[in-house]
Structures are given as structure tokens and as C-alpha cells.
Design a binder for this molecule. Structure first.
Ligand SMILES: *Cc1c(COP(=O)(O)O)cnc(C)c1O
Length: 413
């Protein structure tokens, strides 16, 4: 039997280090494991099929019902389902009446849409640096970046843990800003005992299949503010209203509707809404399993000198969306790229979240340059995302652990 086969998966400090697969060792598993995967059961399938047999494929009762469910879960007063998380960010910015000449502060360590939503409205994204331990946007740096043009900030619950709501709400109130929370990762998480979704002026969600709740595509905006709610409804559907109270002309007849703002078609289908609601019925079990996996990962990885584990925001009871590992360069003889590739050779397919947004050529063209957020830039050099999702088996989890520990042990300095 080879050394690799016979080694105990929990002992890495022994003299005989396991040879990583990238150097010719046997991969920890035969089949590839990806960083995220949806979980669809019969109830989900039935929910979608039921819609397909009904009268409404869009604009019907499944959307209303799912919106109600989102309000129940998050404690928000209103929910507006829409085409995807990007559309959610765009309609939130439209509802906030962000426009030309405005600045919107956000983090560079996020998906491009968190900053693009400002650009869609003619505003300028401004990047604030992160807290180097939690990787969340740093409230103190938001405050440093505020100018007389700042209208809003978009804070991202990176990886699923809550942003520091208390500090962010203080900044909002002190400077009279609009606070949009990009909660694409956050569903299920609570902060100081209260579910995320009703802290910010508007909170956006995403139901892309890699996220905790899968809708194929899908997004939502949550708000407690009636005025924002009305504008979100408008922005979801062309800026068109059938609400008499909002009309500016006298209706020509019962068929009459009016376009009073400019938007596009950001509606979601009934099939997606039914799937999302059915998935939301499993939020509790999704959350419990993810927490269990995270506890197991934390327990092992926090003891490895070559690795740093994301620190929890104070007050956040987190349902993790992403499990981020950060290498500690002083303790490893390989860099992040080499670690990432070594994981791939073990058939554990990792990812990197995220490339700082302003590195992209499109942002360079707009005048952004490296050096804006040094902590975010350093983080980007050192992180990778390992698999974390509900449907992982215990064996999958142990495979990831074995791959990480074997590589870290082999290359320990
Ligand atoms: C996924 C994601 C989005 C966009 O959501 P889509 O539904 O894919 O449009 C926005 N922000 C963050 C942080 C995300 O992870």
C-alpha cells in the first residue's frame, strides 16, 4: 500500500508527509467537487410543475406568496421579487433616486454588480477598504471616503456574515445617506438576534443557484419604507403604473396605465417564485447543515499555521455562503495560486471571491487604478474559496479537509 493510502487523515505532523496529488500523490478523491451546488428535492419540482399547470406563468399568485414568505422570514415590511440579484441592486438604486453626479461607496471585494448598480444610474462608485479580519467593508473607511456628493453606500455581507450594522447605521444617520445592503450572500443570517433584511433602507437578495436559496435566476429587494416600495414596483416593470393614485393624467378608461419613470422589464416568472418559496421552506435545514460544516472546517483549519480563517463580525449569527481560506505567506512555501492549483489536482475545485472590482479593464477605462484599497488588494492575493453547500456529504467535507491539510502540511515553512 502506498504511503498516501495508508496515512491517517488526521495526522499531518508525522515525519512522513503525504505527497500532494500535484506532485504525483493519489488525489484525495476520484470525482470533482465544486465550490457550490444547489439542492433540489421533489417538493421543489412539484411546486414548479404546479405553476406550469396553472393560469399564470408570470405576474401571479406565486410571486405574491413568495414575497410574503420573504417578509415573514426576514421581518421586512415589503419584498419585491425581481429577475435576479443584479436587477435587485439596480431597482434599489432607482428607488433611491441615485443619479448623475452622485457617489456611491462600496467595497471592492464583491461581485461586480455591487458597484455596477451605481454606474447604471450615472453615478460614480467609490471604493472603501475592508476590515482585514472579517473582510467586510470598513465603516471607518466609508466615513473617510464621504464627500458632499455621496448619496448612498452599498455594503455587502461578504461570505454570508453580516456587515457591522450598528456602525453602518450610525454612519448613515450621521451623514444623511441611503444604506443599501447587498445581501446576496446573507439569507438566514441574523445580527444581534435580528434577521438580516430589515436593517438597511433596502436589502437586496440573489437566488442564483450557487447561493443558499436557488431559483435558477431571481432576486428581491426588502424594505420597510412604503415610498421605496412603490418605486421598486415601478422600477421592476418599465416605470409603468396601474395605480390611480400615482397617475398624472386622467385615465382614458379601464384599460389605462401610465409610464411615469424609465426602467425595463425586471420581472421574475411564477415558476422561479414557486421554486424560491419551496427552497425557503428548507432554509432552516440548509442553515443548520452549513453551520455544521463550517464548525468542522473552523475546528481543523484554525489550527493550521499556514492558514487564516475569516473572523466573524461581532453580533453575526452566520449562515455562511462562502468558506474563504486565506494563506499566511510567512508559514507556507507556496502562494495562493499554487495552493489553488494543488487543490484542483486533488479534485477539489476551488474559486476566488473576489477580484477587486476596480482591477477590471472597464473600471480602468473609467480612471480607477490599483492602490485604492491596500487591504483588499492584499486579501485578494491570499484567498481562495473551498466547497461549502448543503448537499455535501460528510465524506465530501472530510475530502476537502484532507486535501487542505495535506497541502498545508507538505508546504509548511
Ligand atoms: C450573486 C451576487 C450578485 C448578483 O446576483 P445575480 O442574481 O447573479 O444577478 C450581487 N452581489 C453579490 C455580492 C453576489 O454574490
Amino acid at each position: 500500500m502506498s504511503m498516501v493510502m495508508s496515512s491517517n487523515q488526521n495526522s499531518n505532523q508525522g515525519t512522513a508527509k503525504e505527497l500532494p496529488a500535484i506532485l504525483g500523490g493519489k488525489p484525495v478523491r476520484e470525482t470533482k467537487l465544486y465550490y457550490a451546488h444547489q439542492y433540489i428535492d421533489q417538493a421543489d419540482i412539484d411546486a414548479v410543475v404546479q405553476v406550469l399547470r396553472s393560469d399564470f406563468l408570470t405576474g401571479g399568485p406565486a410571486i405574491e406568496s413568495c414575497e410574503k414568505k420573504l417578509c415573514e422570514i426576514t421581518g421586512a415590511k415589503y419584498a419585491v421579487l425581481c429577475a435576479n440579484g443584479t436587477a435587485a441592486l439596480h431597482i434599489a438604486c432607482l428607488a433611491a433616486e441615485i443619479g448623475e453626479g452622485d457617489e456611491v461607496i462600496t467595497t471592492p471585494i464583491t461581485f461586480a454588480a455591487s458597484a455596477n448598480c451605481a454606474l447604471y444610474c450615472g453615478a460614480r462608485p467609490v471604493f472603501a477598504d475592508i476590515n482585514e479580519e472579517t473582510y467586510q467593508i470598513d465603516p471607518a473607511d466609508i466615513e473617510r471616503k464621504i464627500t458632499e456628493r455621496t448619496r448612498a453606500f452599498v455594503a455587502v455581507d461578504f461570505g454570508g456574515q453580516s456587515v457591522p450594522q450598528k456602525e453602518l447605521l450610525e454612519i448613515r444617520d450621521r451623514h444623511g445617506l441611503i444604506y443599501i445592503e447587498d445581501g446576496a450572500h446573507v439569507i438566514g443570517t441574523s445580527y444581534c438576534g435580528r434577521m438580516n433584511g430589515s436593517f438597511a433602507d433596502m436589502t437586496t437578495l440573489s437566488f442564483h443557484p450557487v447561493k443558499t436559496i436557488a431559483g435558477g435566476e431571481g432576486g428581491a429587494v426588502l424594505t420597510d419604507n412604503e415610498e421605496y416600495y412603490q418605486r421598486l414596483l415601478l422600477a421592476r416593470s418599465h416605470g409603468i403604473t396601474r395605480n390611480r393614485a400615482m397617475m398624472q393624467h386622467v385615465p382614458d378608461g379601464p384599460w389605462y396605465y401610465e409610464q411615469i419613470a424609465l426602467s425595463t422589464n425586471y420581472r421574475i416568472t411564477e415558476m422561479q417564485a414557486a421554486l424560491i418559496e419551496s427552497q425557503l421552506n428548507k432554509l432552516q435545514i440548509f442553515a443548520e447543515r452549513k453551520k455544521e460544516i463550517v464548525r468542522r472546517y473552523d475546528e481543523v483549519f484554525s489550527k493550521i499555521p499556514g492558514l487564516y480563517v475569516q473572523k466573524e463580525t461581532e453580533g453575526s449569527d452566520t449562515v455562511r455562503h462562502l468558506y474563504i481560506l486565506r494563506i499566511v505567506p510567512e508559514h507556507l512555501s507556496i502562494d495562493r495560486k499554487q495552493f489553488f492549483e494543488a487543490m484542483g489536482a486533488e479534485n477539489i475545485i476551488c474559486n476566488v471571491h473576489y477580484i477587486p472590482i476596480y482591477y477590471f479593464p472597464y473600471y480602468e477605462k473609467l480612471g480607477y487604478r490599483k492602490g485604492l484599497c491596500p487591504k483588499a488588494e492584499k486579501l485578494y492575493e491570499e484567498i481562495f474559496t473551498i466547497p461549502l453547500y448543503y448537499a455535501m456529504t460528510d465524506q465530501d467535507v472530510e475530502d476537502v479537509i484532507r486535501a487542505v491539510t495535506r497541502i498545508a502540511a507538505y508546504y509548511e515553512k
